[in-house]
Write a protein that binds this ligand. Sequence first.
Ligand SMILES: [Zn+2]
Length: 289
Amino acid sequence: MYLFHGVVDQHDTPVRNYTRKHINTQTFSRVLDSLTQAGTPVSMDQIVEHHTNRESLPAKAFAITLDDGFENNYSVAAGVLQAFGIPATFYVTTDFVDRNMMSWIDRVEHCFDRTQSACIRLPWSDKPHYFSSSQEKIAILDLIRANAKTNPSIDVDELAADVCRQCGQPEVKDSDDPLDRKMSWAQVRDLAGDDLFTIGGHSHTHRTLAFLDQDELSEEIHRSLYLLKYQAGVDVRHYSYPEGLRHSYSEAVIEMLKQCAIECCPTAEPGVNSTDDDLFRLRRIPITG
Ligand SMILES: [Zn+2]
């Protein structure tokens, strides 16, 4: 099972997309080509079906998944997948749809890209962090990512706003850049209408589900499912956890998803799976490049 986020024709900014979560279109084609030569593409529905019936999948079966709902999934990736005849699941964060809303870390990256140099303080350390080169910016972004993704007491929206303030930049929350633009509901509906494609949930605001109390968790999951149903006509069976690390989801999260008729929810923990693995703890191999 492979995890992608975005596919873009070009990305030439030194800081934005330094993690290469948006890959180049040629790289995407090359990866799909070599996977198809070596194995058999399957849909997430086929994975659930084979798991339920205790049947094995074809040798080297692979599934393609894309998280977050970037517009380039629709305008770039879908066409490449269709050309190869490869099924894919798009896990969409519903609050981002139609609004080009950026995740908190994309807002911080965007701010660092525009800031020439700054000295900022981060909430978990007394030490000031100075940056001016791209390398220094990336080192601090790595630090911010690592802390915010593992520390439930950090309010990531507050953190993004505070970092922008310290850098003397207005906080940009929505952007039309191919690295930021999100799908519209019409585009989500269009993908949902293609037999090759599946639409899954990926929370409403992309908060880490395991960090939420029961009411917040319920709001994130129920709102996302309601919007996917009423804006895109999808009876959602598939979901993926925002961030997807071991501590990003919990038994309580899995329980609520199951109560909402979700049948399968892959993580972002790296690795391969077999058909008898838990459908709520499946591993994915992230592809960057
Ligand atoms: Zn995500």
